[in-house]
Design a protein around this ligand. Structure first.
Ligand code: ATR
Length: 275
């Protein structure tokens, strides 16, 4: 029987995960079926239960269910625990495992596709919501020297820094950035791009950075990427590579085989640009 997987969310029609996993399966010769699952906003648990009863082996979880998926799991991986969110569920005979592959996806994209060694870098992490929390532990595990979390609501940045229990992490507001020194890597984990805006960073932050990384992606460079380029940042990129890498890590967890991500990334990029 073909093993069944799906991505669950609301809305879900826009999700590229079925296309990505179909390519991974074809490439590795794995017999799987991967669907989109639209769950009612108040019906996550019932939808997951039904999928499991029908023989489902695992789920990717997206907005707005990543926190509920945390509660649903019987066990959490350390990175899911640190993220406080689950994007990958594994249904085994001994219960439900919750994992989070978003952060490791970003780290692999930065280190591999964008050829930036994270070890020893000074990082400015912009935003203190779920997206920022999800990438914090993998960044620290990759050996960065320091992470300054900056947020519109400074107390949230300070609270996230404190919760990390790592002396390399500190938090502040945008008006304190002037005296914060220079950064090698800027990561935009805010949702400002959804309003076609960039977070209000002083222009001095961009000039010395090697890479400006936006966790969202689109057909055109995001506002954050455009400002970074115009202010002299050496390199800027969007989060399309992160999307493909987090999917590959989920596929590896489920199937025990790591797919090649580059051809899938290239195909997605072409599709995006072609509109
Ligand atoms: P996500 O799960 O995507 O991180 P979230 O938890 O709602 O979503 O967090 C959104 C983040 O983007 C927050 O850090 C938010 O700042 P506040 O904590 O002050 O709300 C940040 N954000 C959203 N719009 C922004 C904007 N226009 N400028 C700067 N930061 C913004």
């Amino acid at each position: 029987m073909t093993d069944r997987y799906a991505v669950i969310g609301n809305p879900i029609a826009h999700s590229r995960s079925p296309d990505i996993h179909a390519q991974f399966a074809a490439q590795t010769g794995q017999q799987i079926r991967y669907e989109r699952l639209l769950a009612p906003l108040d019906g996550f648990v019932a939808a997951v239960d039904a999928f499991r009863t029908a023989g489902g082996r695992g789920l990717n979880v997206t907005v707005p269910f990543k926190l509920q998926a945390c509660d649903y799991a019987d066990r959490l991986s350390p990175r899911a625990q640190a993220a406080g969110a689950v994007n990958t569920l594994v249904f085994g005979s001994d219960g439900v495992e919750g994992d989070n592959t978003d952060g490791v996806g970003m780290v692999r994209d930065i280190a591999g596709r964008h050829q930036t060694v994270l070890d020893g870098l000074r990082v400015l992490l912009v935003g203190a919501g779920g997206a920022a929390r999800g990438v914090l532990l993998p960044l620290l595990q990759a050996g960065v020297a320091a992470v300054l979390i900056v947020n519109r609501t400074p107390d949230k940045a300070r609270a996230l820094a404190l919760a990390s229990a790592d002396s390399r992490v500190t938090g502040c507001g945008f008006d304190e950035l002037g005296k914060a020194g220079r950064f090698d890597l800027l990561v935009n984990a805010t949702s400002a791009g959804l309003d076609d805006a960039a977070p209000p960073l002083p222009t001095s932050c961009y000039a010395n950075a090697r890479l400006a990384y936006d966790m969202v992606y689109g057909a055109r460079p995001t506002p954050f990427m455009q400002i970074a380029r115009s202010q002299g940042c050496a390199m800027s990129c969007d989060g399309l590579g992160m999307l493909v890498e987090q999917a590959a890590e989920s596929f590896r967890i489920w199937r025990g085989v790591m797919p090649e991500t580059e051809p899938v990334y290239q195909q997605l990029r072409q599709t995006l640009v072609a509109g």
